[in-house]
Design a protein around this ligand. Structure first.
Ligand SMILES: Nc1ncnc2c1ncn2[C@@H]1O[C@H](COP(=O)(O)OP(=O)(O)O)[C@@H](O)[C@H]1O
Ligand SMILES: [Mg+2]
Length: 396
């Protein structure tokens, strides 16, 4: 394949290792400076120029987009996606993972365990938010920090309030997060490639520092991951739309707590700690997937008027329980079942003979009008109990 590594640091350890791994495997590889692309929307088809000339054909890209150029970098990646060039990390995935709040919002929807987190803006809401996450000591984080910069441990509510107010006054948005003290200056970095963890390490903070980042003097050691940590890492990366990711987890009393998902994980620390060929695993994965450029399924499936995607709950359509997909009548109503979700397992392309159970969720493509009557009512957060009036209602 012909691979472009999008990076502004051709001499960095990770870039050099990725380039060497690709060459070793007989691929053609170029490191292209992300900032030298020009997005060209003048022609009939989406196009890209590089250093002022039309870009030659590539089979795949590997984006290594630094924090300081997220907007431009992800625009370039998105353009490659429009041109059907394979990328393991989508522009959406990179954007979503870069903002710690946005990542938390998306992950929490899918039941990934994370440290309790709150986000507020008004001064009056700061103290309740600190209490909400469990009180002091409390962790305060800038939304887009890296390398441990912008992560503060506030010992008391008063100090926390002062820090948050100061940051707010300089127009900085911050997360308020419970301090996971049992993790004691340690965390786990799992390197996810595709649907598995290819390498993992534990990072241990230096001295009385609570941040375990290598840039903050943390040391690293290889670690044999518990299956719960492996599953949390792979699911988090997948949910974020990242096929190459470094997932950071704290070791909570009840198992992994996902802190963040990095779309351009550094390779030096983890390769040195584990002696594993992580760069090679990344290149092998891209080589295998190159025939499958990213498709925005929802967008592609909804271009026919009147058709779309919806999730149907079997239990709200009681007549479906105990029937097979073949007997369900969905097909006759022009509805195709794409996947069946049962508990935490997913059956892709379920066959006609699959028996439907109460609790199953069906991701379907079909006529919106046919599906409308079958979609569940909007989930209520909690039942609201209306207060009874003090006086009994007058009888009439
Ligand atoms: N809620 C928390 N409880 C305990 N330690 C934390 C918490 N959040 C972060 N840390 C420590 O601080 C480090 C940096 O936090 P992180 O959110 O990963 O920011 P960065 O993007 O700067 O690496 C983590 O690796 C971890 O060691
Ligand atoms: Mg981190």
């Amino acid at each position: 394949m012909k691979l472009a590594i999008l990076s502004r640091a051709p001499q960095a350890y990770s870039t050099k290792r990725l380039r060497a791994a690709a060459e070793q495997r007989g691929h053609t590889v170029k490191v292209l400076n992300t900032l030298r692309f020009a997005i060209d929307l003048t022609a009939d088809e989406p196009d890209l120029q590089f250093r002022g000339r039309r870009l030659s054909d590539y089979d795949a890209i590997l984006p290594r987009i630094g924090n300081s150029i997220t907007y431009f970098g992800t625009a370039v990646v998105r353009q490659f996606e429009q041109m059907d060039v394979y990328t393991p990390n989508t522009a959406n995935g990179i954007v979503n993972s870069r903002d710690k709040l946005r990542a938390n919002q998306i992950l929490s929807r899918h039941g990934i365990a994370m440290p309790a987190t709150a986000f507020v803006r008004n001064r009056a809401d700061v103290r309740p938010a600190i209490e909400q996450v469990g009180g002091a000591p409390v962790v305060i984080k800038l939304l887009e920090g890296t390398q441990g910069i912008g992560v503060i441990l506030a010992p008391t509510v008063k100090v926390a309030e002062a820090i948050i107010e100061t940051l707010h006054s300089t127009k900085q948005n911050v997360l308020i997060q419970s301090f996971v003290s049992e993790s004691k200056g340690r965390d786990i970095r799992a390197l996810v490639v595709g649907d598995r963890v290819v390498a993992a390490m534990r990072r241990v903070a230096n001295g009385d520092e609570f941040r375990s980042n290598v840039h903050r003097g943390g040391t690293v050691e290889p670690v044999e991951l518990d299956p719960a940590y492996e599953a949390a890492a792979v699911r988090s990366a997948q949910i974020m739309g990242l096929r190459v990711a470094g997932v950071d987890m704290l070791e909570g009393n009840d198992g992994p707590l996902v802190m963040e998902v990095n779309s351009s994980p550094g390779l030096q620390g983890i390769e040195e700690a584990t002696k594993l060929d992580v760069a090679g695993a990344i290149i092998d994965y891209i080589g295998n997937q190159v025939a499958f450029p990213e498709i925005d399924v929802r967008q592609r499936l909804t271009v026919s008027t009147g058709y779309g995607v919806a999730e149907l709950l079997v239990h709200t359509n009681a007549d479906l329980v105990g029937k097979t997909i073949g007997e369900s009548g969905l097909w006759d109503r022009d509805i195709t079942v794409l996947t069946l979700h049962r508990g935490s397992s997913v059956i892709p392309n379920p066959r006609k003979g699959v028996l439907l159970e109460s609790g199953d969720r069906l991701l379907c493509f079909g006529k919106l009008e046919e599906m409308r009557s079958m979609i569940p009512e909007r989930r209520r957060r909690r039942p609201k109990v209306r207060k009874l009036p003090k006086q009994p209602l007058p009888e009439d």
